[in-house]
Design a protein around this ligand. Structure first.
Ligand code: PMP
Length: 466
């Protein structure tokens, strides 16, 4: 592989990293006796670490991001050309790629109309939360300001998005949190007993799970609830696909109580769930806000978007003589033009290479492979997901569904890594344990890639659990 570091460079990079870099998510004490992984190159589905070891990346940059794969020259070239022409101007003005990408994006989102550029998923979600609050002030004297979020969902690492965080262990040490955020129950059929709905299945379960949201609305008072923020398929909270009938009922509930629907597509957006550009489009949802980030430019540039309807936009369309205010907000780097120019190429690649379709076909193959592993490995309690966005829940006992110990999940992830396949682990939150193996390979994955990933998982499960 080109670019492997020589020994001198390698020790310098590792020493600099260990001395000065604060890595995200991971604990650092182990780095006193071991080295962090440094990824130095990527091509297609594959990445190489500092020792030249090759991996299949089954999680698209660890956090479901690099949807079109690594090393896409046309994205780099487009960004280069744009930066040389005009790198930045605050979004108070427009830019050529900002305008063109907004038009292309809205073409894919019937019913939606306006794109607000920002640069992270958390920030996009915060913008929507701020709009909900401002709408409460504009229309309801500030009363209809509460934002409902769901157990297990994740919306970001900032204080307000954490306040809408359904994974307790990510939140519990950071209080006091922002007020006005209220939790609703999850909709996970595999763990329906937790919801008191163990006697229901299929559509009946889906509708009953949605009705649990209605109960919260009635308890809080519908006149105080401004919005409901949900992931179409929950990602980090355990890859939770919605049950049949759930979304239809959620939509009805929002309509009945005049509650704005905010769909967090930070993970699902831009093809991850296959066939459609967005997760919500599988379920006939009509959102008021859609937020997206990771797949928008596949990580080639930092860009996130908060997209609203014309109806929402109209509420903010003021001029200086109006009593009601405009949206008093800015995101400095929402004006970086590299983001939308990368996003335009990213979208063109997905279209030209038929990646929405490939994602569906390969997702079905992967789901089938993982389901087949259930026959062999008692430890697999559930396999679920949509498109190339899949999770495998590991349990000590299929009847009690007690999660396996976290050290065993770490061992499975580690063994896959040793075999040259990077996979992830997500959190099911109650109890505080990561017991869901996660897979989100790039949408370019081939049948050979998928089989190599699931073979590695098979071997790792045998090694760890016998
Ligand atoms: N929403 C969801 C569903 C996410 O998974 C994430 C990130 N993992 C975020 C929001 C926050 O995105 P960011 O890290 O870009 O702020």
């Amino acid at each position: 592989m080109d670019g492997t570091l020589n020994e001198n460079d390698l020790s310098r990079v590792v020493a600099a990293d260990k001395a000065h870099v604060w890595h995200h998510l991971v604990q650092h004490k182990p780095f006193e006796t071991s080295d962090p992984r440094i990824i130095i190159e990527g091509k297609g589905m594959r990445v190489w670490d500092q020792y030249g070891k090759e991996y299949i990346d089954a999680v698209s940059g660890a956090v479901w991001t690099v949807n079109v794969g690594y090393g896409r020259e046309r994205i780099a070239n487009a960004v280069h050309a744009q930066l040389m022409k005009m790198c930045y101007f605050a979004q108070a003005a427009g830019s050529i790629p900002g305008a063109i990408f907004a038009e292309k994006l809205i073409e894919k989102m019937p019913g939606m109309s306006r794109v607000y550029y920002t640069n992270s998923g958390s920030e996009a979600n915060e913008k929507a939360f701020k709009m909900v609050r401002q709408i409460a002030h504009k229309k309801y004297g500030g009363k209809k300001h509460k934002i409902l979020f769901r157990d297990r969902d994740y919306h970001g690492g900032t204080l307000a998005t954490m306040s809408a965080g359904g994974q307790d262990e990510r939140v519990k040490q950071y209080g006091p949190l922002a007020p006005g955020f209220v939790r609703v129950p999850h909709c996970m059929e595999y763990r329906k007993e937790e919801l008191g709905l163990g006697h229901l299945s299929g559509r009946d379960f889906g509708i009953a799970a949605a009705n649990l949201i209605e109960e919260v609305i009635l308890r809080e008072g519908p006149e105080t609830v401004g919005a409901l923020c949900l992931e179409p398929v929950t990602a980090g909270g355990g890859v939770i696909t919605p049950p049949e009938g759930y979304w239809e009922r959620v939509q009805e509930i929002c309509k009945q109580y005049d509650i704005l629907l905010h769909i967090d597509e930070v993970v699902c957006g831009i093809g991850r769930t296959g066939t459609h550009w967005f997760g919500y489009q599988h379920y006939g949802i009509k959102p008021d806000f859609v937020t997206m980030a990771k797949g928008v430019a596949s990580g080639y540039a930092a860009i996130a978007c908060m997209v609203t309807t014309e109806e929402v936009f109209e509420m903010f369309k003021t001029d200086p003589s109006d009593k009601l205010d405009h949206f008093r907000d800015i995101s400095t780097f929402g004006g970086c033009t590299g983001g939308p120019s990368a996003a335009l190429e990213n979208m063109a690649i997905i279209e030209e290479e038929g990646l929405l379709e490939n994602c569906t076909v390969m997702g079905e193959r992967m789901l089938g492979n993982l389901q087949a592993l259930m026959e062999k490995h008692e430890v697999i309690g559930d396999v679920r997901g949509k498109g190339l966005f899949l999770g495998v829940e590991l349990v000590k006992d299929r009847d009690t569904k007690e999660p396996v110990d976290e050290k065993d999940v770490v061992a499975v992830v580690g063994d896959c890594g040793a075999q040259g396949v990077i996979i992830g682990a997500a959190n099911r939150s109650i109890p505080d344990r990561n017991n869901v193996l996660c897979f989100s390979p790039a949408l370019i994955a081939t049948a050979e890639d998928i089989d190599a990933i699931t073979d590695a998982v098979d071997k790792a499960l045998t090694k760890v659990f016998g």
